[in-house]
Write a protein that binds this ligand. Structure first.
Ligand code: NDP
Length: 491
C-alpha cells in the first residue's frame, strides 16, 4: 500500500487504502501511484496542524530560527534538483530542462523568504505620551490550507510554503491530483530539515473531494490558493462562514500590446514565447495580442510562421520546444474554446487542432494556434484558454490600446512594446494589471510582488507582501505609569 500522505509527522496510506494513478500527459504511461486521502485523513491533517500551532512548538521559534530552517530547505532542494525535476516533468509532461529551471526558481523562492525572515520584524510607534510604549508586532497567522495548481506544481506551492514556514504557521499542502509528486518530495525535505511534527502536512486527492474541509473547516485560519477563477469563487463563498483570511492567485487573460514604433523583431519573438511557452499553460501567458493596425500584417504573418515551426515533444525530447497539455479534459476544453472563437467570427491562421504526428498519438498535444480578427466581446478574447491559443486584436491609438488592454475582468499581467519611453510608461501606468512588462514579457523575481488586480486575485505572493499574508499584526500599548482613566464620574 502506498503511504504518501504526511500527517502529524508520519507518512501514511489513506485510511481506506485508496490510491490514485498519475499518468504522463506525454504518452499516458503510469508515472506514479499515490495515496488518495479520505475525509477522515483531511480532518486528521487539519487537527494535526491546529494542535501543533496551538502548542507553540513552532510559533515559539524566533524569526531567525525559522529563517535558518527555510534556508536549509533551500539547500536540500538544490541538492535534489534533478530528482525533483524528473518527478515534475513526469507529472506535467514538460521538458526535463524546464522542470530543472522551475526547481532553481523554487530554491530562489526559499532563499528569498529566508532572507526576508532574518530581517527585523515589527516597529515602535510614537504615540506622543512619554510613559507609553507602543509596539507593532508580527505574529504567525495560524493554520493555513495551501492549495496549488498543476502547471508549475512545486513553484506555486513554494510561494506559499516558504513564507508560511518563515511566519511560523502550521499548514496543510494540497497539490493538484494530476501533479502530486513534487509536493511529496518537498515534504520529505521539510521533514529532513527538522521541521517540528504537525507543522507541515500533505493531503492528496481531487480538490472537489478533499478540498471541501480545507476551505471551510473552522480550525483553518487562512486559505492560500492558486488556480482557476471558478474554484476561487467557491473558496470565497466557503470561507465566508468563518471569515477566513484569503490569499488568491487566480487566472489571467493578459494583454500584450505592440506599437508600430517598437523593436518589432524583439516584440515578435517575445510574443511567440509569451503565448506558447509551456503550451500556454501559464497564468501570465501573453495570449491576447493587441497590435497597432499599421504593423498588423507584418507582426501576425511572422508570428504565424514561427508558431507553425514550434516543435512539440515529451520530457526527454531534446528537439522539443514545448510539451503536451496536462490532460485529455483540458485538451477538449482548449479545442472547444478555439471552435467557439471561430464560430464567433475569429479567423484561424494556424493550429486549431491536435497534433497528428504518430509520436504524439498517445499524448495531449495541441498545436500552437493563432486566431485573428478578434473582437473584445468574443469568448476567446475575454476568457482564459490556459492553452496555446493567441487571439489578435488591432488598435489605432494609444487610448484605444489601453482601453482594449483593460477590457477584461482579469488583471494579472500585461506587456507593452514601444520605442517611445514616455508612451510606454503612460500605458504601463494606465493598465490595471498586477505586473506590467515594458519591452519584455514574462520575467519575475522572488523579491518582487506577484498578484492580480480585479478578478485575478486577492493579496500578493512573493516580495515582502508575500510574507505578510501569513502574519497577523498586533498592536501592544503598554502604559508604564498607570493612572485612573477619569472618564466616568466615581460617585
Ligand atoms: P483549479 O482551480 O481547477 O485547481 C487548482 C487547485 O484547486 C487544484 O489543487 C485543485 O485540485 C483544487 N481544487 C479544485 N476544486 C476545489 C475545491 N472545491 N476546493 C478546494 N480545492 C479545489 O485550477 P487548475 O489546477 O486547473 O489551474 C489552472 C488555473 O490556475 C488557471 O486559471 C490559471 O490561470 C491559474 N493559475 C494562476 C496563477 C497565478 O499566479 N495567478 C499561477 C498558476 C495558475 P485537483 O486538481 O486535485 O482537483
Amino acid at each position: 500500500m502506498v503511504a504518501t500522505l504526511f500527517i502529524d509527522g508520519t507518512w501514511r496510506a489513506a485510511s481506506d487504502g485508496a490510491a490514485h494513478e498519475v499518468r504522463s500527459p506525454h504518452d499516458q504511461s503510469l508515472v506514479a501511484t499515490v495515496s488518495q486521502a479520505t475525509q477522515a485523513d483531511v480532518l486528521d491533517a487539519i487537527g494535526a496542524a491546529r494542535a501543533s500551532f496551538d502548542s507553540g512548538i513552532f510559533t515559539s521559534w524566533s524569526f531567525k530560527a525559522r529563517s535558518e530552517l527555510v534556508s536549509k530547505i533551500a539547500d536540500l532542494l538544490e541538492r535534489d534538483t534533478d530528482v525533483i525535476a524528473r518527478k515534475e516533468s513526469d507529472d506535467t509532461g514538460k521538458r526535463f530542462i524546464e522542470a530543472q529551471y522551475d526547481v532553481a526558481d523554487v530554491v530562489s523562492t526559499f532563499r528569498h523568504f529566508a532572507a526576508l525572515g532574518a530581517k527585523e520584524h515589527g516597529r515602535s510607534v510614537d504615540v506622543g505620551i512619554a510613559h507609553v510604549s507602543s509596539r507593532i508586532v508580527h505574529e504567525p497567522l495560524g493554520v493555513a490550507s495551501l492549495i496549488g495548481p498543476w502547471n508549475y506544481p512545486l513553484l506555486q506551492i513554494a510561494w506559499k510554503v516558504a513564507p508560511a514556514l518563515v511566519a511560523g504557521c502550521s499548514f496543510i499542502v494540497k497539490p493538484s491530483e494530476l501533479t502530486p509528486q513534487s509536493a511529496i518530495a518537498l515534504m520529505k525535505i521539510i521533514e529532513e530539515a527538522g521541521t517540528p511534527k504537525g507543522v507541515a502536512n500533505l493531503i492528496l486527492g481531487p480538490g472537489s473531494v478533499v478540498g471541501t474541509s480545507l476551505i471551510s473547516d473552522p480550525r483553518v485560519d487562512l486559505v492560500s490558493f492558486t488556480g482557476g477563477l471558478t474554484t476561487g469563487q467557491t473558496i470565497i463563498r466557503a470561507a465566508a462562514e468563518t471569515v477566513k483570511k484569503l490569499a488568491l492567485e487566480l487566472g489571467g487573460k493578459n494583454p500584450h500590446i505592440i506599437f508600430a514604433d517598437a523593436d518589432i523583431d524583439a516584440a515578435i519573438d517575445n510574443a511567440v514565447t509569451a503565448a506558447f511557452l509551456h503550451s500556454g499553460q501559464v497564468c501570465s501567458a501573453g495570449t491576447r495580442l493587441i497590435v497597432e493596425r499599421s504593423i498588423h500584417d507584418r507582426v501576425v504573418n511572422e508570428i504565424v510562421r514561427r508558431a507553425a515551426k514550434i516543435s512539440l515533444g515529451g520530457p526527454d525530447d531534446e528537439m522539443a520546444e514545448t510539451g503536451p497539455l496536462i490532460s485529455q479534459a483540458h485538451l477538449n476544453n482548449v479545442s472547444a474554446y478555439v471552435q467557439r472563437g471561430i464560430a464567433e467570427g475569429a479567423t484561424l491562421l494556424v493550429g486549431g487542432k491536435r497534433s497528428d504526428k504518430p509520436e504524439h498519438a498517445k499524448g495531449w498535444y495541441y498545436l500552437p494556434t493563432v486566431l485573428d480578427n478578434c473582437q473584445g466581446k468574443m469568448y476567446c478574447v475575454q476568457e482564459e484558454s490556459f492553452g496555446p491559443v493567441m487571439t489578435v486584436e488591432v488598435f489605432d491609438s494609444e487610448a484605444e490600446a489601453i482601453a482594449i488592454g483593460n477590457d477584461t475582468v482579469f488583471g494579472l499581467s500585461g506587456g507593452v512594446w514601444s520605442g517611445d519611453a514616455a508612451k510606454a510608461a503612460r500605458v504601463a501606468s494606465a493598465l490595471r494589471h498586477g505586473t506590467i512588462w515594458v519591452n519584455d514579457f514574462g520575467p519575475y523575481r522572488p523579491a518582487a510582488e506577484w498578484g492580480g488586480y480585479k478578478q485575478s486575485g486577492i493579496g500578493r505572493e512573493l516580495g515582502e507582501h508575500g510574507l505578510g499574508e501569513y502574519l497577523e499584526i498586533k498592536h501592544i500599548w503598554t502604559n508604564n505609569a498607570p493612572s485612573r482613566s477619569g472618564w466616568f464620574k466615581d460617585q
